[in-house]
Design a protein around this ligand. Structure first.
Ligand code: GFB
Length: 316
């Protein structure tokens, strides 16, 4: 169990995942949460990161910082996704080792697995085949993150663990139409169509790819569970184990946001991986299961989005 009064560094606290983890740690009674903005510390810069760690001396680190985005952002900016994430993983893991961090949790992504991995995807599928080309840069960086944790554990005895979440969503997501992921992008597109009285809404690709969606509050809960109860080299999948097609997701969002709308598929846009659903039996054996059903998560996320728009949230 983590000591609740020890200093915890959440690297990447402003994003969807980092902000949910901060909320969860606060609820759990952690009293010494450390964060630093991108404007104050470039996490790609080893000497700056070393200086920050020397000054702050965190006991625990949760590494969720990085350059992230949806299928289009990944496929059009592969160099940034590879370089930024590779560097951030390297600097933070190395600095954590240097100052003797007691435990580090690194978050990867389900895109680390081969394009044609057997479904549901078990942890053993890593490096068993070629990657999905639309997010190869990001996936390679994420695989290096896992290997950093494994090798620092093996060579230096560091208690660094890694978790691989499936596609995430929830309050604080990136609702950018071009750069974001499918769920917030569709929520926004249906919302704007409803506001403008437009009855056709575009959905990228064929609608047939299958995806699994995990609410970010569930992910934050799983992260704390792993930090408290898991100390081993192998990475752990985090998901619901349940998937559906992009068409089904679009229909669920339409029913919630703009029920009279008609969906049009834009097949000039990429589909990406045909299917991506995680085998979560390892996590379940460790005593954790997702608890927020997609329907409920869609509803609360949409409420959050509408409220945030009303309040003029600068992130939207
Ligand atoms: O969410 P998304 O970008 O993530 O796309 P990936 C999922 C599926 O939804 C793809 C379709 O088949 C898209 O073509 N889609 C339909 C849309 N309409 C839209 C839309 O308006 N916006 C977006 N973004 N998609 C990412 C990876 O892949 O998943 C990252 O690129 C990361 O590396 C992330 O791992 C979790 O699941 O395809």
């Amino acid at each position: 169990m983590l000591e609740r009064s020890a200093p915890v560094f959440v690297a990447g606290h402003r994003g969807l995942v980092g902000s949910a983890i901060l909320r969860r740690l606060e609820d759990e009674g952690f009293t010494d949460l450390r964060t630093v903005g991108r404007d104050q510390l470039d996490l790609r810069d080893q000497s700056a990161v070393d200086a920050w760690f020397d000054a702050e001396r965190p006991r625990y680190v949760i590494l969720v910082a990085g350059t992230v985005g949806g299928i289009l952002a990944n496929s059009t900016r592969p160099a940034e996704f590879l370089y930024d994430n590779l560097m951030i993983h390297g600097t933070v893991v190395h600095a954590s080792h240097r100052v003797g961090v007691g435990k580090l949790l690194y978050l990867g992504s389900s895109c680390i697995y081969p394009r044609h991995a057997e479904q549901p995807i078990t942890e053993e599928a890593l490096l068993s085949g070629p990657l999905e080309p639309t997010n190869e840069g990001y996936a390679l960086a994420k695989i290096v993150g896992i290997k950093l944790c494994e090798t620092y554990r093996r060579q230096y005895g560091c208690d660094f663990i890694s978790a691989m979440p499936t596609n995430l969503y929830g309050p604080g997501d990136n609702f950018d139409l071009e750069g974001g992921h499918v769920l917030p992008a569709l929520m926004r597109r249906f919302h704007e169509a409803a506001q403008a009285g437009v009855d056709t809404v575009e959905v990228w690709g064929s609608g047939s790819p299958r995806r699994e969606f995990l609410h970010v509050d569930d992910l934050a809960d799983a992260c704390l569970h792993l930090m408290d109860h898991y100390s081993d080299a192998g990475h752990v999948n985090v998901g619901t184990g349940v998937d559906g097609t992009v068409r089904e997701l679009a229909e669920a969002i339409r029913d919630l946001v703009h029920p009279t709308a008609t969906i049009e598929f834009d097949t000039s846009k990429p589909d990406g991986m045909p299917r991506k659903v995680l085998d979560v039996s390892k996590l379940e054996a460790l005593g954790w299961m997702a608890s927020i059903p997609l329907e409920e998560g869609l509803r609360t996320t949409y409420d959050w989005y509408v409220n945030a728009l009303r309040k003029g949230d600068a992130r939207l």
